[in-house]
Write a protein that binds this ligand. Structure first.
Ligand SMILES: [Ca+2]
Ligand SMILES: [Ca+2]
Length: 416
């Protein structure tokens, strides 16, 4: 692929390169090693990277590849626009640790990354990042990062499905970004087609005018005062105005085991009389303690009993409240499930699925985990019985051991 080299000692630059309408793709579906990138440039000034496709630039190792596009080592004024990134570890990077990038623009790109961030601004000074559409298709938590105190950037009119965050004191001016997209908003996001599939109300005509923003990813003209957020100006998609929103729950009560769930559906009734099930802009919940949060998906479970109140929002229209009661479960009547045994080195291991699931998110922090454990005011004990025959009744049997799980005595031990 393309490497632009610079001298560490001589103050000379590669000036004015143009990379346009090219495809950079590892046809094996994966890169031969981690230290690769599509266009990787040191000490490059006034380069333009336009309307290219970068595909399958992904590392065969734990260590990430370079960005599909990476300009660093004092590079300046890079314009990266109209590109499509598909299945790459990382998208577009300006700067790196101890290596600056000056000014430059990243706009109108479709970026699908599968291991790390879509746009990484690391010691990027005066860069503008606007009207990109980013689908960060991995467990990595962020879509755009701006990092270190020297970084000072403007991030405007971008659509992402993950947060846009500062790291290590990075500075940015954020405006009109939407960071909660779902893949269903786009035509074929995993294959790089991030045109809007439907008229998302929070996106269509909701951007701010940006000097220099004239067209979109397709070359469609942007109309002042009516800029769509993201890389696609969705010509021909009109927003149907919503008259009212109905939030529907499939039950009114669940038990507090973290497994029993309420599933929600949201119906829009439009001003023209049509109705459709839609994805709400958000669904909020107010818990028993009065704290309000937004649901990540249209379902809910809890291990804390009490009354919860839900509302759905779409186009600034809010539904009526829906109330769900979370009841205390009778734990004595429940068996552990998915029990399995295996023997190794003279020991027998029993694994089972616990009857209470405090945590559904495997990437939870210790702080959050301990907060949940402290909040759950119940103890659980699992009795283990031994018999040489299949156990159909506990009559005459005594437990050979008991596995105790206290959520509130500070032992913090997980035995399962
Ligand atoms: Ca528009
Ligand atoms: Ca368009």
């Amino acid at each position: 692929m393309i490497k632009v080299s610079g001298s560490k000692t001589v103050d000379s630059f590669s000036d004015g390169g143009l990379v346009e309408n090219c495809t950079f793709k590892y046809t094996a579906g994966i890169a031969p090693q981690w230290y690769v990138g599509g266009v990787d440039a040191h000490k490059a000034k006034d380069w333009v990277i336009r309307n290219n496709t970068f595909e399958d630039i992904t590392s065969p190792e734990n260590r990430l590849t370079e960005g599909a596009v990476h300009f660093w080592s004092d590079s300046a004024n890079t314009l990266v626009e109209g590109n499509t990134v598909i299945d790459c570890d990382r998208g577009i990077m300006f700067g790196l640790d101890n290596s600056n990038h000056y000014k430059g623009i990243i706009r109108n790109n479709f970026i699908h990354v599968n291991r790390d961030v879509g746009v990484y601004l690391c010691n990027a000074l005066g860069t503008q990042v606007y009207n990109n559409t980013i689908y960060a298709d991995s467990d990595y938590p962020n879509a755009i990062e701006y990092r270190f105190e020297a970084t000072n950037v403007a991030i405007t009119n971008n659509i992402t499905n993950k947060p846009i965050i500062s790291r290590n004191g990075g500075n940015a001016t954020l405006s009109s970004n939407v960071d909660y997209a779902t893949p269903s908003w786009f035509i074929d996001p995993t294959n790089g087609d991030m045109h809007l599939k439907e008229a998302i109300y929070v996106v269509i005509d909701q951007g701010v005018d940006v000097d220099g923003l004239v067209v979109d990813w397709d070359g469609d003209l942007r109309e002042a005062g009516k800029v769509d957020i993201g890389a696609d100006e969705a010509l021909g998609l009109a927003v149907l105005e919503i008259e009212s929103v109905l939030l529907e729950a499939d039950k009114t009560e669940i038990v507090n085991n973290g497994k029993d769930k309420v599933l929600f559906k949201v119906k829009a009734i439009y001003k023209n009389g049509e109705e459709a099930y839609i994805e709400a802009d958000k669904i909020t919940v107010i818990g028993p303690a009065g704290d309000e949060t937004t649901l990540a998906v249209a379902e809910f479970s809890s291990f804390l009993k009490g009354n919860y109140t839900f509302k759905a929002y779409s186009q600034d229209v809010v539904s009526l409240n829906v109330s769900i009661e979370v009841l205390e479960e009778d734990l004595t009547s429940i068996q552990a499930s998915n029990i399995s045994l295996h023997h190794k080195d003279g020991q027998t291991f029993i694994t089972f699925e616990e009857i209470v699931r405090l945590v559904n998110d495997e990437s939870i922090s210790y702080k959050d985990l301990f907060g949940l454990m402290d909040a759950y005011q119940r103890d659980v004990s699992y009795n283990v019985y031994y018999s040489s025959h299949p156990i159909t009744s506990l009559d005459g049997l005594d437990p050979i051991t008991t596995v105790k799980k206290s959520f509130r005595d500070g032992t913090k031990s997980f035995m399962a």
